[in-house]
Design a protein around this ligand. Structure first.
Ligand code: A3P
Length: 250
C-alpha cells in the first residue's frame, strides 16, 4: 500500500524483541511477519501467508480491506495496527513501487497511474475505501489507527502509542534504541528491513529503492497543478461524509 507498513512492522518486531537488534535481523521483514494473503507460485523463499506454524503472539501482516479480513480477526478481537498515509504521497510512492515489482500492473506515466488510483483500480481495493474501512472499525474493535505523517513528525509519540496498545513497557534506553533503529536512515541500510535480500526478478531496486525517500510532501515534486486540482476534487467527493482527514505535508 506504500503507507509505511514495513516501518511499523520493524517497530513492532523491535518492541516484541525488547530492542534486540540482532534478533530483529534474524531474517527479512516478509518472513518475520508473513503477509497472510500471500500465496506465491514463485521460487521466492517467502513464508507463505497461510502456513502459520508461528509461536504466539503471532504478528501478521495484511493489506486486505475490512470486508476481506477473516471474520476470526474481529471475533477474537485481534489487535490491529493500521497505518494510513495521505493519498498524494501514496500515489507517488506506489507508482515508483509498481515500476520495480514486475508482478504489479504497470502504468506508463504518473498521469495514467493517478487516473487508475482515482478509479480504485489498484491492488487491495480502492484506496479511499481502504482507509475509510479501517477508520470506521476503529472504535468498535481493537484498532490502532496511525498516520505516516504523525510518525514522521513525532516518532517518539507514535511509538509510545504502539507500546501502550501492545501493553508493553520498556526502559528509556530500549525505547531510544527502537527510535534509532527504525529511523529511515538506519532501516535504509538494513537489508533485513529494506527488502535487500529479495531476488532482483521479484523487486528490482536498481530502478528505485524500496526505501525510496521516506518523506511527506514529495508529491509536490511530481504532481502538475492540473493533476493536483483534479485529484483534490475527486478526493473531496470520495471522502465526503467521513471524519477522516490527512495532512499532505508536515
Ligand atoms: P517512499 O516511497 O515515499 O519513500 P510500505 O512499507 O507500506 O510499502 O511503505 C513504503 C513507504 O514507507 C516508502 O515510502 C518507504 O520509504 C517508507 N518508509 C519505510 N520505512 C520508513 C522509515 N523508517 N521512515 C520513513 N519512511 C519509511
Amino acid at each position: 500500500m506504500r503507507h509505511g507498513s514495513t516501518w511499523v512492522q520493524e517497530i513492532v518486531d523491535m518492541i516484541q524483541n525488547d530492542g534486540d537488534v540482532k534478533k530483529c535481523q534474524r531474517t527479512n521483514t516478509y518472513n518475520r511477519q508473513p503477509l497472510i494473503e500471500w500465496k506465491s507460485l514463485s521460487p521466492l523463499p517467502m513464508t507463505q501467508g497461510l502456513e502459520l506454524a508461528m509461536p504466539f503472539p503471532r504478528i501478521l501482516k495484511t493489506h486486505l480491506s475490512v470486508q476481506m479480513l477473516p471474520p476470526s480477526f474481529w471475533k477474537q478481537n485481534t489487535k490491529i495496527i493500521y497505518v494510513a498515509r495521505n493519498a498524494k504521497d501514496t500515489v507517488v510512492s506506489y507508482h515508483h513501487f509498481s515500476k520495480i515489482v514486475p508482478l504489479l500492473p504497470k502504468s506508463n506515466t504518473l498521469e495514467e497511474f493517478i487516473e487508475k488510483f482515482m478509479d480504485g483500480k489498484v491492488l487491495w481495493d480502492s484506496w479511499y475505501d481502504h482507509v475509510k474501512g479501517r477508520w470506521n472499525q476503529k472504535d468498535k474493535h481493537s484498532v490502532l489507527y496511525l498516520f505516516y505523517e504523525d510518525m514522521k513528525e513525532n516518532p517518539r509519540q507514535e511509538i509510545q502509542k504502539i507500546l501502550k496498545f501492545l501493553e508493553k513497557d520498556l526502559s528509556e534506553e530500549i525505547f531510544n534504541k527502537i527510535i534509532y533503529h527504525t529511523s529511515f536512515d538506519i532501516m535504509q541500510q538494513n537489508p533485513m528491513a529494506n527488502y535487500g535480500t529479495i531476488p532482483k526478478e521479484m523487486m528490482d531496486q536498481s530502478i528505485s529503492p524500496f526505501m525510496r525517500k521516506g518523506m511527506s510532501g514529495d508529491w509536490k515534486n511530481h504532481f502538475t497543478i492540473a493533476q493536483n486540482e483534479k485529484f483534490d476534487e475527486e478526493h473531496k467527493k470520495k471522502m465526503a461524509g467521513t471524519t477522516l482527514t490527512f495532512h499532505t505535508e508536515i
